[in-house]
Write a protein that binds this ligand. Structure first.
Ligand SMILES: Cc1cc2nc3c(=O)[nH]c(=O)nc-3n(C[C@H](O)[C@H](O)[C@H](O)COP(=O)(O)OP(=O)(O)OC[C@H]3O[C@@H](n4cnc5c(N)ncnc54)[C@H](O)[C@@H]3O)c2cc1C
Length: 438
């Protein structure tokens, strides 16, 4: 092997090259020490639960794309998506012993507490009102020219499975076109070079009825962001349509990309700012920013409260009434709870991994209030099946609806309840969703 040091960059479940501050540091270290090498380890955060089947599908797509793009720069990616960085380093030892390790962080709008953690608000409206720093801008991916390995660097002793394909997918090596596009202003936070435009790529394996028919890789994530903001009129009408149930354009469908780190939330925010600079702030773009702040609220809240955030008694430390009816739960898990509207939602969840926000609220509220099952059972089921499962967002929303979290309406004692008949009249008067998933 040539002289110099080996710098490892662990992805920690953040499957992208855009807006990765630690990746910039790793590249800078290698540039400062000629003859050094970069290696990328696809690992997951310590303690993170295993991903469910839908999320694993898009994770494999994102990894295959990353490997192909890094491969084009002759930088190896060793994929161990089910293992923590510490476990992977132990497995690689002694064949590969990086001299320095840099680790990716989960994408958030702020790299440090946006508010004093000691006085972190219980309620979202207080969180939003108290914010006094704008989100941090994203970093465009670094230039990798000249950083690739040469043939002699590649140790013969490396087991072949380290570099085995993650997903035998023919479109994985798709590179973005050379056209930088109209949004690349050359600034540090400009869109990644070669930003793809037009239609995001669809996944031939997904159910044709799916509201999230896309592949999970980073180029598709960036294309979807562009498409929703600038090509379809999705963003402009977002506030009016976000309670929709069917189709791709009623909401952004960015959550699966965020959950596997294929898209940076700062990139989304930056694109929303670009949109507002160009067209002015409208209801749709303002509302999407509010939803991204909800994500932030739950992530920091989980970090602040730790185990209490995920406890059955929640942040309010209140024991909800429930009945541990395992037989009813088993039927519910098979989308056979007997309520046609809820069963249709569950069928969609099982088949595609995606559910609209409105659908999730109905299912959770019915589970808690009508079936009176333990909300933590429903939350764990969602975490396994959702293609965008993020424990902080999932638990935060379930606890909110169970009346043990951050819903101020439940502070008096009872959780909010959805009148399903009325809701259907409002959001699915033609029963389009129910027929699609009958
Ligand atoms: C019971 C329940 C469980 C949920 N579990 C998850 C989960 O595991 N992962 C997840 O990403 N979202 C979860 N949500 C929140 C929300 O339903 C999804 O983020 C949204 O439906 C994803 O689709 P989208 O990206 O098109 O959303 P959009 O409406 O386009 O919103 C854009 C982004 O804003 C954020 N956001 C939107 N709504 C919420 C919300 N209520 N709470 C926090 N952040 C929000 C998400 O990051 C989302 O991607 C849950 C909601 C409920 C009611």
């Amino acid at each position: 092997m040539a002289a110099g040091v080996t710098i490892a960059f662990a992805l920690e479940g953040q499957l992208r090259l855009d807006d990765q501050p630690a990746w910039h540091e790793a590249v800078a270290l290698v540039r400062r020490q000629p003859g050094s090498r970069l290696i990328v380890l696809a690992t997951r955060p310590d303690g993170q639960r295993l991903r469910g089947p839908h999320q694993r599908r898009i994770e494999a797509q994102a990894l295959a794309s990353l490997r192909a793009r890094l491969g084009a720069a002759a930088i190896p990616l060793l994929a161990f998506p089910q293992k923590s960085t510490a476990a992977v380093l132990a497995e690689l030892h002694p064949l590969l012993r990086p001299d320095q390790l840099l680790q990716a962080q989960q994408s958030r709008l702020w790299s440090d507490w946006p508010l004093d953690p000691e006085r972190f608000p219980l309620v979202f409206s207080d969180f939003r009102r108290k914010l006094d720093r704008p989100p941090e801008p994203p970093l465009a991916p670094p230039d990798l020219t000249g950083l690739g390995w040469t043939a002699g660097d590649w140790p013969e002793a490396w087991p072949r499975q380290w570099l085995a394909p993650v997903d035998p997918d023919p479109s994985a090596d798709r590179l973005p076109p050379a056209d930088p596009g109209p949004h690349d202003g050359g600034a540090d936070h400009a869109l990644p070079r070669g930003e793809p435009h037009g239609e995001p790529d669809c996944d031939p394996q997904s159910d044709p009825r799916s509201a999230f028919p896309f592949r999970g890789d980073e180029p598709t994530a960036l294309a979807r962001l562009q498409h929703f903001c600038f090509v379809s009129d999705g963003l402009r009408h977002y506030k009016a349509r976000r309670n929709g149930l069917v189709g791709t354009e009623f909401s952004s469908k960015l959550s699966p990309f965020l959950a596997i780190g294929a898209l940076s939330v700062r990139r989304i925010w930056q694109v929303l700012l670009d949109y507002q600079a160009r067209y002015g702030a409208d209801e749709g773009s303002d509302w999407l920013k509010v939803e991204l702040l909800w994500r932030e609220f739950f992530l920091w809240s989980e970090q602040r409260h730790g185990a209490a955030f995920h406890a059955a008694s929640g942040l309010l430390n209140r024991q909800p009434d429930w009945v541990e009816n395992r037989e009813l739960f088993a039927r519910w898990c098979r989308a056979d709870c007997g309520h046609p509207l809820i069963d249709a939602q569950l069928r969609e969840l099982l088949a595609t991994g995606y559910l609209s926000n409105r659908g999730r609220q109905w299912v959770a509220s019915h589970f808690i209030n009508s079936l009176q099952l333990p909300w933590i059972w429903g939350a764990r089921f969602f975490e396994w099946w959702l293609i965008d499962a993020e424990p902080a967002l999932n638990t935060g929303n379930w606890a909110y609806l169970a009346g043990v979290g951050s819903d101020p309406r439940s502070f008096g004692g009872s959780p909010r309840r959805f009148d399903l008949e009325r809701q259907v009249g409002l959001y699915d008067p033609e029963q389009t969703h129910r027929q699609l998933w009958s």
